[in-house]
Every structure is written in C-alpha cells, then in structure tokens.
Design a binder for this molecule. Structure first.
Ligand SMILES: Cc1cc2nc3c(=O)[nH]c(=O)nc-3n(C[C@H](O)[C@H](O)[C@H](O)COP(=O)(O)O)c2cc1C
Length: 249
C-alpha cells in the first residue's frame, strides 16, 4: 500500500524567509492592542494552525475557550491584579519598583481572550509517549499555543500570554473540570505596531542570552569536540541573523 507523501526538500526560499521573519518578529503584546474586532475567517485560520500542532501520541489534548464577554474578562483581570500585587512582593526590593512599572497583560485592551487547555484524559489513561513523562500532554498544548502565536503574527495580530493568575481562580472563572489544565491564557487582537525587541528587554529586566553559551555537547555543559567547531563558528557568524530583515520574495 502506498501512502500519499509530501514533496521532499525545502519549501521555496521566499516561504522559508517568510517563516523566519514571522518567528523573529513575533512579540508578546500587552500595550499595543486596538479595539478592532478580529475577523472570524482570520480567527478560524489561526485556530486551525493551533490544532495542527504536534501532540504526544497524537492525543490533541487542547481545547480553545474563546472569551469575549467584558464581564468574564473583568473577572480574569481582577484575578490578575490580585496575583500581580502578590508577585511584586516576591521580588527583591531593588527589582520591585521596576516590576510594578511593567504592564504584564492586555486582558481588557484586547477584544478577544483565549484560554488553551490540556485535557489529560483525552486519549484514555495510557498514551503513546506519555507513559514515562506525565507532563508531555501539557507540552503538546504549549505547541498549539506557539503555532497560534506565529499564525497570529503572520496575520498581523498580536498575542500576549498572561500567566500571573492563581490557577484555581482561573479554573473557577472558566469552570474547568478537574482533569483539564489551563495551559495558557492569551489576549489577542489587532495592534498599532509590533515592538522590535521584547518589552522586558527594553525595560532592562533581563537581556537576551547569547545562544553560543546555551549549546553544549554530548552532556550537560559538555565541551565541544573537533566536529563541533563548525557549528560554533557558524553560530557566532549568524549572531545577527534574527535582526536581518527576512523579506519574503
Ligand atoms: C509561559 C509564558 C508565560 C508568560 N506570561 C506572561 C505574563 O504573565 N505577562 C506578560 O506580560 N508576559 C508573559 N509572557 C511573555 C514573556 O514575557 C515574553 O515572551 C518574553 O518577555 C519575550 O518577549 P517576546 O515574546 O516579545 O519575544 C509569557 C510567556 C510565556 C512563554
């Protein structure tokens, strides 16, 4: 029996550049939302992109809860505000002021919020690939979120992830059953513009790390061997690759 196959080899150079451009220009958006509604055709495309993410054992553990009502968003915002005040106290004194100055959500500024969940019971108790590391199902929902985020950027929509919310409070507001985890709460909408750099980088909270220091060989912190010299050199040479404008076409 022959099964249909995809064409082997890379996509076109223009498509490849477009993908890199989307990846490097994606931003977590908090402050640049416009209150323009998101077109249903566009939203459906983005949701399909999320639904075509990889998942452990193909269990597709995700659900997408679309939250539009101002009433629900206000409840979520109030849960955020409480958690945000608590969070500020957890940082050392010298970082607290800077933390308080950060805007870390766009719950009411964006017209649409989406909660992506993980139904741990989706494919029964024993799932291919989840037998020995139980968190693999939640990671699958994270893959769906990343697909959604990139597709939204391709469509010109901003996405902001809000995680500063008490999990039980989020479960209560969205009436999640026990076996369903809230993996990501996203704010989504049209934006005035996308920032060049992460807001936390701009604010001096943390810098982007040097990729060369994050790659090791054969084991944790393993030093490079002879055959690794090429990739080290290439990583250094490509340090400005993300900043190059990958113009499609
Ligand atoms: C799991 C996760 C949780 C996050 N939670 C928040 C959050 O609660 N509030 C916020 O403003 N940004 C949140 N972010 C966004 C990060 O701050 C952001 O991705 C990071 O600063 C890099 O910026 P960039 O996404 O624009 O590249 C979260 C991102 C991830 C992946």
């Amino acid at each position: 029996m022959t099964t249909p196959q995809q064409q082997k080899g890379p996509v076109t150079a223009a498509e490849c550049r477009a993908l890199y451009r989307i990846i490097f220009s994606r931003r977590d958006v908090r402050s640049q939302f416009l209150n323009t509604p998101v077109d249903d055709a566009m939203l459906s495309r983005i949701l399909y992109a999320a639904h075509y993410a990889p998942s452990v054992g193909f269990m597709q553990p995700w659900n997408f809860i679309l939250v539009r009502s101002l009433e629900t968003r206000r409840k979520i915002h109030s849960a955020f505000s409480k958690a945000d005040s608590e969070a500020a106290e957890m940082f050392p004194q010298e970082k607290r002021e800077l933390y308080r100055s950060l805007k870390l959500e766009g719950i009411l500024d964006s017209p649409l919020n989406i909660c992506i969940t993980c139904d741990t019971s989706r494919a029964g108790p024993v799932v291919i690939g989840r037998t020995h590391i139980s968190t693999m199902d939640a990671y699958s929902s994270v893959c769906a979120i990343q697909n959604l985020w990139l597709a939204a950027r391709a469509e010109g929509l901003g996405v902001g992830w809000v995680s500063i919310i008490d999990e039980d409070e989020l479960r209560r507001i969205l009436q999640l059953p026990e076996h369903v985890l809230p993996v990501g709460y996203l704010c989504l909408g049209h934006v005035s513009h996308f920032l060049e750099k992460p807001e936390l980088e701009n604010a001096g909270w943390l810098p982007r790390l040097d990729l060369c220091n994050l790659v090791s060989f054969e084991r944790w912190n393993g030093q490079p061997g002879r055959e690794d010299e090429g990739i080290i050199k290439q990583l250094r040479e490509n340090a400005d690759f993300p900043q190059k404008k990958q113009q499609p076409g």
